[in-house]
Write a protein that binds this ligand. Structure first.
Ligand SMILES: Nc1nc2c(c(=O)[nH]1)N[C@H]1C(S)=C(S)[C@@H](COP(=O)(O)O)O[C@H]1N2
Ligand SMILES: [Mo]
Length: 414
């Protein structure tokens, strides 16, 4: 611990360590509309709620009082129903610990690994407020501006969610034969922000599809909808959901990227065909270019492993022993293995995985590094999940979604 830290904050009237804070983007009223988690300052597996990353595609809606909230379930079911929060809470509950990760997290590393240039930093992500201000004014970034940004990182967090399995609700509603998906609709509305869409692609010199004003919606394939860990959740990290995270009730879709975790849920519609939801057919997609006729929706995340200690910014480091640390997670199951290389990937060593290893949560891993030769070192790490998938799983795609490449830490030993 650096000596200064205990002077940081007053907590419950006592001087204490400086608390980790969200890196926020705020609207004109000073309300947080997005935020990044200070990953490198955190310990353990559960990200404290106050610093959990925040992403919203549309306008953040006015809150709905939990007593006034209902969820309508219709479509291809035997018995259309409307449930209050009290009704939901009468069903058997479940708690799931899972990583929430924005599909665009670390997208800038796609370009870095492919073309080189400036490496995006895991810290000093100070452009959030600038982006929020541009969004307020409806300004669009130029392709050059986008190129100079250190594209989103730290849009990932680990949480504990309590709710009821979606499958329990569907069982009571009675699925009709032929059902293929559940359309999940939020009560937030808005017109997708063009600046966000251009940033996602990394250029702004092409025509975008503009769906106009829409509700946020995604159509979850039935198999994932019936997974017992797919929840309608009203609680996060031991307390009721905060408004910004989708209160009164949001979806939790472990293993699939954040955009599937629909917040501010108001309606479920069982359907016998996949609808053309904007965020499923145009934005959260894999494809070769905006014009690609064969785009397809993104679902489970790949396998990820990031080094959070040392960072490039920690250089130079003294000779001696250092513990290399990081986080690893996968969209398809627990992490089985993490390997570390101290020579840029020529030779690999087994890293120690710190318990517990849960199916949907990330793990912390570490490796003791004894180094007595001064010089430049390129540290890389890669993870394997319990299904045998090794990173990277996700090739470059024009929307730069689901980055799971191997990013080096470059440090100098003196
Ligand atoms: N209703 C609604 N749900 C939403 C979104 C949204 O804009 N509206 N954004 C999605 C995206 S892209 C992400 S990454 C996650 C972020 O969840 P969080 O803000 O609770 O971390 O919410 C998802 N659910
Ligand atoms: Mo996202």
């Amino acid at each position: 611990m650096a000596r200064g830290e205990i002077e940081g904050d007053w907590v419950m009237g006592w001087p204490d360590r400086k608390r980790a804070t969200l890196i926020p983007g705020k609207d004109a009223q000073g309300r947080v509309i997005n935020g990044r988690a200070p990953l490198t300052e955190l310990e353990g597996l559960i990200t404290p709620t106050d610093v959990y990353y925040v992403v919203n595609q549309l306008e953040v809606p006015e809150p709905v009082h939990p007593d006034d909230w209902t969820l309508a379930i219709g479509g291809e079911i035997e018995r259309p129903i409307e449930l209050s929060l009290k009704d939901l809470r009468k069903l058997p509950g479940r708690t799931v610990r899972a990583v929430t990760e924005c599909a665009g997290n670390d997208a800038g590393f796609f370009d870095y690994l492919m073309k080189g240039g400036r490496k995006p930093s895991r810290i000093n992500q100070q452009d959030m407020q600038k982006r929020a201000e541009m969004r307020e004014k409806g300004e669009l970034p130029s392709t050059e501006e986008i190129g100079n940004e250190s594209t989103t990182t730290c849009a990932v967090s680990g949480g504990e969610f309590t709710g009821v399995p979606l499958a329990e609700v569907l069982k009571r509603a009675g699925l009709k034969p032929g059902a293929v998906c559940v359309r999940m609709e939020g009560f937030d509305r808005g017109r997708p922000d063009l600046a966000v869409q251009y940033r996602s692609v990394g250029r702004s010199d092409f025509q975008l599809v503009d769906p106009g004003v829409i509700n946020y919606e995604k159509a979850l394939p039935l198999e994932k909808a019936l997974d017992p860990d797919t929840l309608l959740a009203w609680s996060m990290n031991g307390e009721y959901l905060l408004h910004i995270h989708g209160a009164p009730v949001r979806m939790v879709v472990p293993g699939w990227s954040g955009n599937w975790w629909v917040k501010w849920l108001q309606k479920l519609e069982v359907m016998n065909r996949m609808p053309a939801c904007y965020y499923q057919t145009h934005y959260f997609v894999y494809g070769g270019s905006p014009e690609d006729p064969h785009k397809h929706m993104i679902t489970a995340m790949g396998v990820r492993c990031i080094i959070i200690d040392p960072l490039d910014e920690d250089s130079p480091l003294p000779r001696g022993s250092h513990r290399i640390r990081g986080l690893a997670w996968s969209g398809m199951g627990a992490i089985a293995r993490v390997e570390v290389s101290l020579d840029g990937g020529k030779t690999w060593r087994e890293a120690h995985i710190e318990e517990p290893r849960e199916k949907w949560l990330w793990v912390r891993w570490s490796h003791l590094w004894e180094v007595d030769q001064p010089g430049h070192y390129r540290i890389v790490a890669r993870a394997t999940d319990e299904t045998g998938r090794v990173q990277p799983q996700t090739p470059w795609n024009y929307q730069r979604k689901h980055f799971d490449g191997i990013v080096p830490a470059d440090v100098t030993i003196v």
